[in-house]
Design a protein around this ligand. Structure first.
Ligand code: P6P
Length: 354
């Protein structure tokens, strides 16, 4: 039993390395863990109670709001906001910033996607919550939009919860990546994956190949590259795509490989949101020794312009992401493959360079 380390204890131990730490950050992460437990309680019984299906409303993204989306959003806002440790919050489900309920105003900023992958909920596919924490920039009073619109490299903490075969919370405060598994018998997240590191290269790739015809030339060639046979580089890779970022990212974090949601003719800026999807997973990925870019620039260096701005996302094993970038940027061509190239070249439509 001695090594049963709860998330609260782990965070406090991590903070011993920061002499001026106030313990507030550990409280924030405990608040997030608590909200996740409330969400998990509904996720695991969603099929039993009238919480599946849609509310009939559409959110800022123009997507149908699932009842569980709305429930999860409320849990995060109520379960965390009232502790007074945040000065402002922002959610995938809300168009503007969210004033923290209650009178006390803290020094932190929370951005979150309360239930990512919600289109999969009714099919019992793993979904997740993603969060990103900054320190406020403004000095006093309630937080502002500018407090939210900080570059990813300014994050003080980030993490996600995956509601899958087991419920895991994975977080970083810049001192490595640590995974906790919920023990439902005691209702605690217990340390199960200390210092997660992503393999330098993997053999899995995650991309929605249903959009192949909309992809630009570089990504089409990269997919063909991964499908070529080359034992030295472990090719062909296996395709794995769940359509739930947290589930796809979590698998690649542990096993290695690459997840790509690229720019395309269908999604010129990609689909994923910078502030509460790409930034947090990019912070985690880099802390685990991986790489996260938009195909050209580090995600954590991108200058935010709006709460809900989209970005292409190339994330996972360092070597895999770098090779994908070379194809995306037109710097790399397919080695000649007598069967594949002629067929592929016939397929690839000539398009103006990006
Ligand atoms: P597509 C889920 O809706 C989500 O936002 C991410 O979790 C996921 O990676 C992506 O969209 C899937 O999008 O277009 O492949 O269905």
């Amino acid at each position: 039993m001695a090594n049963l380390i709860t998330i609260e204890r782990h965070i406090l131990e991590q903070q011993k390395n920061f002499p001026n730490a106030t313990g507030e950050l550990s409280q924030l992460l405990s608040d997030v863990a608590f909200a996740a437990k409330l969400v998990r309680r509904e996720v695991i019984r969603a099929g039993l109670v009238d919480i599946l299906g849609t509310t009939g409303a559409t959110n800022i993204q123009g997507e149908q709001v699932k009842k569980l989306d709305e429930f999860a959003n409320e849990r995060f806002i109520q379960g965390i906001g009232h502790h007074g440790r945040f000065c402002v919050m922002a959610s995938e489900e809300n168009e503007g910033i969210i004033e923290t309920p209650g009178d006390t105003v803290g020094k932190y900023v929370l951005l979150f996607d309360p239930l990512d992958g919600s289109s999969n909920i009714d099919a019992n596919v793993s979904v997740g919550s993603i969060f990103s924490i900054f320190k406020r920039k403004s000095k006093l009073g309630r937080g502002t939009l500018q407090d939210c619109l900080q570059r990813g490299m300014e994050q003080v903490a980030a993490g996600y919860v995956i509601y899958g075969s087991s419920v895991m919370l994975v977080y970083t405060t810049g001192q490595g990546v640590h995974g906790f598994t919920l023990d439902p018998t005691v209702g605690e997240f217990l340390l199960s994956h200390p210092y997660i590191t992503v393999p330098k290269r993997g053999q899995l790739y995650s991309i929605n190949e249903g959009y192949y015809r909309y992809f630009y030339d570089g990504i089409k060639k990269y997919i063909k590259y991964l499908q070529q046979e080359d034992k030295a580089t472990g090719r062909p890779y296996s395709g794995r795509y769940i359509g739930s970022l947290v589930a796809d990212f979590h698998r690649n974090l542990l096993y290695g490989g690459i997840f790509i949601y690229p720019r395309s003719r269908k999604n010129p800026d990609g689909k994923l949101r910078l502030m509460y999807e790409a930034n947090p997973v990019a912070f985690i990925c880099e802390q685990a020794g991986g790489r996260a870019t938009d195909g050209y620039k580090r995600i954590l260096e991108l200058e935010p312009e709006g709460l809900h701005q989209r970005t292409p996302l190339f994330i996972g094993s360092d070597e895999d992401v770098r090779i994908a970038e070379e194809f995306e940027q037109g710097l790399r061509q397919l080695e000649h493959d007598k069967e594949l190239i002629p067929k592929m070249e016939a397929e690839v439509e000539k398009i103006p360079s990006y």
